[in-house]
Design a protein. Structure first.
Length: 137
């Protein structure tokens, strides 16, 4: 009885894990086909300089290849058959991420997972004190 519950729990976990991954990939391809490559991260309560500085730190930590560190910040990442290209426009209190030109297996796509990781890291790091932000272990 205990074993069947454990197997059932593992199967449910796998279904949820792979189901979410498939939906993200499907949505990424759908948005790419529709030509909806941008997301806006707003209400950041930080200056343009602070947002830019934190974004550069995050992008380097996540091993993005930085092609231009101006505004917009232009980065790319090759990951298997995914070639994510992002232009990140920084404003006071908000960021606009444009993924036009990103491909997955030769098809246009929007790298939703990568964009979400950047969003989460940006919000988290902007909430930290400046010392903790640049000196965390």
């Amino acid at each position: 009885m205990k074993i069947s519950k454990s197997i059932y729990a593992v199967l449910i976990s796998m279904l949820l894990l792979f189901g979410c991954t498939t939906n993200t990939t499907d949505n990424s391809l759908m948005f790419g086909e529709q030509g909806s490559p941008s997301i806006v991260i707003g209400d950041l309560q930080a200056s343009k300089a602070d947002i830019h500085s934190v974004l550069m730190k995050i992008l380097r930590e996540r091993r993005w290849n930085v092609l231009d560190d101006g505004n917009p910040i232009v980065v790319e990442q090759l990951n298997g058959m995914q070639h994510a290209k992002l232009k990140i426009h920084v404003y006071s209190g908000k960021v606009v991420i444009d993924s036009k030109g990103s491909t997955r297996g030769g098809e246009a796509y929007v790298p939703l997972s990568f964009m979400e990781y950047i969003r989460k890291s940006l919000v988290r790091d902007l909430r930290m004190s400046e010392y903790d932000r640049y000196n965390k272990i």
